[in-house]
Write a protein that binds this ligand. Structure first.
Ligand code: PMP
Length: 286
């Protein structure tokens, strides 16, 4: 069962119009929520970002936010989702193809579906390998827009290079990954790109920065270079799906001693402490 265009329908019955502006232009915004033990994790922060993304592209929500929240909860219940994710997107609706906005009474189209997922425990323990690539996305990466071509192409390059992910840089300044934020540790200090227009303001990023503060780990939100990245003692990425994921190799060279570092471990443990215990112990499936 999914929510599509004003109602709950079986997946097989959802038909996207060829004139949907999400389909034609990527004209819309989205969110991915994590569900642990049947509960939405950091829901308020995700909804806040959804509202902000919609506002920034002048997109009207199809219903009041409370109604959207109700739909998400009902979907989780109907699907009996325990551990997994909920994908939500809103497009600017169906209208004859023209770049400018459609008539004001065009109804935005909401899609919501749930997927069970396991935590990537093995990668979280051992770390992943990343490559670096130029960040060729647009200049409003703070908006969670449906336009993901820059990320798609970068991630595909990682896959073809046999790496798990890609760290992006603009003119030598590290921004973020294709679908996550990136942080490094150098001489005990946590560094990550400031939350400006060049990166998505990750919900996990904010949680990790809060945890760092609580643990007394010095953290700075400031731009750093590719060179600094290569000299980092530790590196990790953060996202709703990957949580705190150690990066142990970059462009084929080891990060630090090639194993997840102590600061990364502390933050991973602190992050896990914010997750319901039943989701940690082999959670997954429906
Ligand atoms: N950056 C980008 C480009 C992303 O797509 C994501 C995933 N939403 C993130 C960062 C991480 O954000 P969050 O922690 O809210 O999942």
């Amino acid at each position: 069962m999914i929510w599509f265009d004003d109602r709950f329908v079986p997946e097989s019955e959802s038909k996207v119009s060829y004139l949907d502006r999400g389909y034609c232009f990527g004209d819309g915004v989205y969110e991915v929520f994590r569900v642990y033990a049947g509960q939405v994790y950091e829901g308020a922060a995700h909804y806040e970002r959804l509202v902000r993304s919609a506002r920034e592209i002048k997109l009207r929500l199809p219903y009041p936010l409370e109604e959207i929240e109700r739909i998400v909860l009902e979907l989780i219940e109907r699907e009996r989702l325990r551990d997994g994710s909920v994908y939500l997107q809103i497009t600017r609706g169906v209208a004859p193809r023209a770049h400018s906005f459609p008539p004001a009474d065009t109804q935005p189209v909401l899609l919501v579906y749930a997927s069970p997922a396991k935590r990537r425990v093995e990668s979280m323990r051992g770390g992943i390998a990343a490559i670096t690539r130029p960040d060729e996305r647009w200049l409003r990466c703070d908006i969670k827009s449906l336009n993901l071509l820059g990320s798609v192409l970068a991630k595909q390059e990682a896959e073809e290079a046999g790496a798990d992910d890609v760290i992006l840089h603009r003119d030598g300044i590290v921004t973020e990954c294709s679908a996550s934020n990136v942080m490094i540790v150098k001489d005990g200090v946590l560094l990550t790109h400031p939350a400006n227009r060049l990166i998505l303001h990750g919900v996990t990023r904010a949680v990790v920065l809060r945890l760092a503060r609580e643990l007394g780990i010095p953290a700075e939100e400031r731009p750093f270079s590719l060179e600094t990245l290569r000299r980092a003692d530790e590196a990790f990425l953060t996202s709703t799906i990957m949580e705190v994921m150690p990066i142990v190799a970059i462009d084929g060279a080891r990060v630090g001693d090639g194993a997840p570092g102590p600061v990364t471990r502390r933050l991973q443990q602190a992050y896990e402490a914010t997750i319901p215990a039943s989701a940690l112990s082999g959670g997954g499936g429906q």
